[in-house]
Design a binder for this molecule. Structure first.
Ligand SMILES: [Cu+2]
Length: 149
């Protein structure tokens, strides 16, 4: 199997040329971009670990770990119900910070399943999932919960 030999030599030459150019510009031989890329990869892994409920479809390279990820994103929310508007299929929640997503605030969230609002009333501590996709943002899995300590 000597098929790869030529490509290999070519690759070596390309690498040598790149090294030469690098030295010309006075860059260190180890590329500084590698460090940034591995940091990005680590953050991606952490993020994937945090959103373990997501289907395993995020096999893109780290370069594409940009905001416009595909598939809905899910974030755990913890907060307190401010008001419930069943007609508008909306619940206003005063929520804690959602790390990497949004700060603590009170804001209305739509729900797709209005039955989620049936047993909720103002003052209830809740946990829920904020689901985000290009069509918008809504709450799922709203569960009454003990308040954070
Ligand atoms: Cu918010």
């Amino acid at each position: 199997m000597k098929l790869g030999a030529r490509e290999q030599r070519q690759e070596q030459r390309t690498q040598q040329r790149a090294d030469y150019r690098g030295r010309q510009k006075g860059q260190p031989k180890g590329q500084p971009k590698g460090w940034i890329l591995s940091m990005a990869a680590v953050s991606l892994l952490l993020w994937l670990g945090a959103c373990s409920s997501q289907p395993a479809q995020e096999t893109q390279p780290a370069e594409q770990a940009a905001p416009a990820a595909e598939g809905p994103q899910r974030h755990d929310l913890r907060g307190k119900v401010v008001s419930v508007d069943k007609a508008a299929k909306s619940v206003t929640v005063d929520h804690e910070e959602i790390p990497g997503f949004m700060g603590a605030m009170a804001m209305p969230y739509p729900v797709k399943d209005e039955a989620l609002l049936d047993n909720l009333s103002a003052g209830d501590p809740v946990t829920a999932e904020v689901v985000v996709d290009p069509s918008g943002m809504w709450l799922e899995n709203i569960v009454k919960a003990p308040p954070a300590q």
